[in-house]
Design a protein around this ligand. Structure first.
Ligand SMILES: [Mg+2]
Length: 248
């Protein structure tokens, strides 16, 4: 198979926690040796692009900054495109704050017209309560991603979707989710780099986020069995492989 744009999920596909997945690094180096610069798309909104680039460098991968797309960037561009003059209340970490500020979105503590939710390891009762009240006063709920849980070496821990669901339920509103499986990050890649759908492929470990993101956008997908979803359950993937070196 030959594509112009290989769009890699990160956690579970390129690395697991702090450990690179050797077969992925080998495959990415092989692409780069052929002059193909990979794209990276992650639902993780906690890091800036520069931090994601540094993380990849630690794994032995030199990534172009303009080839890295996070749910933080996608959320900021979603707000800019769909609303005007927004005042955003933020539950999230510095990666999301940075992305919103780069889009010129005002961040406020009170009187928000949009509540933006991304993973926030310093989240507390008061933040959740203020957000729930803002939603009842008419603010729109925009969330980076709907992942309810996140795998760690100890077991599953709460993901961003768990907190988003919590405040949405309290306020009886429906969140706008921006990260995978929404195709928005793929749309941004296609637009920014002038790519056609048949030139693009999505590579990921999670069926319900990665593979469905590719399906929703209408491009080919490769499921790799190095992360969350076992191969047998990746039913909608175009290709299913054990590890990326199987493609070499
Ligand atoms: Mg993953």
């Amino acid at each position: 198979m030959q594509y112009k744009a290989y769009c890699f999920d990160l956690d579970g596909t390129v690395y697991r926690g702090n450990e690179p997945i050797a077969s992925a690094v080998t495959f990415i180096h092989a692409l780069q040796a052929k002059g193909i610069e990979p794209f990276f798309i992650t639902n993780n909104s906690s890091k800036t692009v520069a931090e994601l680039q540094a993380t990849l460098l630690n794994m032995g991968i030199i990534a172009q900054a303009d080839h890295i797309y996070s749910s933080a960037l996608a959320t900021a561009s979603y707000i800019t495109e769909n609303f005007t003059g927004e005042r955003a209340m933020l539950i999230g970490s510095h990666g999301l704050r940075d992305a919103l500020q780069r889009e010129g979105i005002e961040i406020v503590e009170h009187g928000a017209s949009v509540v933006v939710v991304g993973i926030d390891k310093d989240v507390n009762y008061m933040k959740l309560a203020i957000a729930a009240v803002a939603l009842q006063q008419g603010a729109t709920l925009v969330s980076t991603n709907q992942d309810i849980k996140f795998p760690t070496e100890h077991g599953f821990v709460p993901g961003n979707g768990a907190f988003t669901t919590l405040i949405a339920d309290v306020a009886s509103v429906t969140p706008h989710y921006v990260g995978k499986p929404s195709p928005r990050m793929l749309e941004m890649i296609a637009r920014d780099h002038h790519l056609r759908k048949e030139e693009m492929v999505l590579i990921g470990d999670n069926h319900d986020t990665d593979i469905l993101c590719g399906v929703n956008y209408g491009i080919a997908t490769i499921h790799v069995a190095t992360g969350v979803t076992p191969s047998a359950d990746a039913t909608q993937a175009t290709y299913r492989i054990n590890e990326l070196t199987d493609l070499l």
